[in-house]
Design a binder for this molecule. Structure first.
Ligand code: F0G
Length: 356
């Protein structure tokens, strides 16, 4: 059996690398596709729901798929530094892959609006963390401006190698299911990931590896839903800070995905997003971050209404790990924690009262 050495090595025939390219890898990809058992039963619908648990990538999000490619190519081109704007996960991933490559990472993050785990990651991996008094969209514009005449490689999803790496998630799903799903649901921020998945499915379709492609469905948080408003949103806000984005970078590409796949966009409220996150942890034992739960929140609504019909095979991407955002997780647990004396009596009492 061959050792798994990351997605570039596995899919090198379908990625823009040479035989002698030095691969900057942390063993990303190859994430589990988990079939939900309790939630479909509760919905009372005969639908197969799978979640692609991208939170199990090395830095805890799907960004690692794109970052292994972007940093590999940056190093191949002789770059000594990478830069990105980020709501948190891209910065965590850039910091880790730059560390692996031995180059510098500059990350621009919105002050006070990134989850604690993500900030910790950027800092501990030694990135230069620039916290801006502004939001992601402003940071993104600054990165584009500064990137024009500074010797740094931009590793946001406007870097085409990012989407090349991320398309491999679709390959893995097809290999596991031995077919394409009927529906693929994703949370949408910049819309890079939905674009990358469509690229992956389309590549396998064109090569005759599958004979269908999924309907692509993108869900946004209501307070940050430019695809629903039909225009850019200037002051996006949502508890799902990862997708607190009002000016998506892959705007045109995502509209094309919607059209070509006969898909749709919809929005979820913060309450729906948090409820789906909690449902997934409590009913299935799977912990994803709030933004990731947007895919399931939307899918459940569309399954209930029949827009996603019975008999369908549905994949929801869980883009990031729940541990990224411990504050939001704890704030959702109204029961809290019980403090008791370190004695047998209170321990036994606590158990007995909770069993009944
Ligand atoms: N889910 C999570 C957990 C994310 O971190 C992101 C994007 C998305 C979904 C949306 O993906 O932008 O390709 O549509 N996070 C970026 C970041 C913006 O900086 O980490 P998209």
């Amino acid at each position: 059996r061959q050792r798994y050495t990351g997605l570039i090595d596995k899919y090198r025939d379908r990625l823009p690398v040479h035989d002698d390219t030095r691969l900057i890898s942390l063993g990303e990809g190859n994430t589990p596709l988990i079939r939900l058992s309790n939630i479909p039963r509760e919905l009372g619908k005969d639908v197969d729901i799978y979640v692609k648990y991208e939170g199990l990538n090395p830095t805890g999000s799907f960004k690692d798929r794109g970052m292994t490619m972007a940093v590999t190519k940056a190093v191949e081109e002789g770059s000594k530094a990478v830069i990105c704007a980020s709501t948190g996960n891209t910065s965590a991933s850039a910091a880790a892959y730059a560390a692996r490559a031995g180059i510098t990472a500059f990350v621009l993050i919105p002050e006070g609006k990134i989850a604690l785990g993500k900030l910790a990651q950027a800092m501990i991996h030694g990135a230069v963390v620039l916290q801006i008094r502004g939001n992601f969209d402003e940071g993104m514009q600054l990165v584009k401006d500064v990137g024009e005449n500074t010797p740094v490689t931009i590793v946001n999803s406007i870097n085409p190698f990012r989407l090349q790496g991320q398309k491999t998630a679709a390959f893995e799903i097809v290999e596991e299911l031995e077919r394409a799903p009927d529906f693929h649901c994703l949370p949408v921020g910049n819309a890079g990931n939905i674009t990358a998945h469509w690229m992956g499915y389309s590549e396998y379709f064109e090569h005759g590896i599958v004979n269908t492609r999924p309907t692509m469905v993108g869900y946004q948080a209501s307070g940050a839903a430019p695809f629903l408003r039909g225009e850019m949103v200037d002051n996006p806000d949502t508890v799902a800070t990862a997708i607190r984005i009002g000016h998506p970078q892959s705007w045109d590409k995502a509209w094309k995905v919607r059209e070509e796949s006969d898909g749709w966009f919809d929005e979820c409220t913060d309450e729906e997003i948090l409820a789906a996150q909690k449902l997934l942890t409590e009913k299935e034992g799977i912990f994803c971050e709030p933004a990731s739960a947007t895919s399931l929140a939307g899918a459940m609504r569309d399954i209930k209404s029949g827009k996603i019909p019975e008999g369908s095979v549905v994949v929801c991407t869980l883009t990031g790990h729940g541990l990224k955002d411990p504050d939001t997780a704890i704030s959702q647990c109204t029961e809290g924690v019980t403090t008791i004396d370190a004695e047998l009596g209170p321990v036994r009492e606590a158990i007995v009262s909770n069993l009944s």
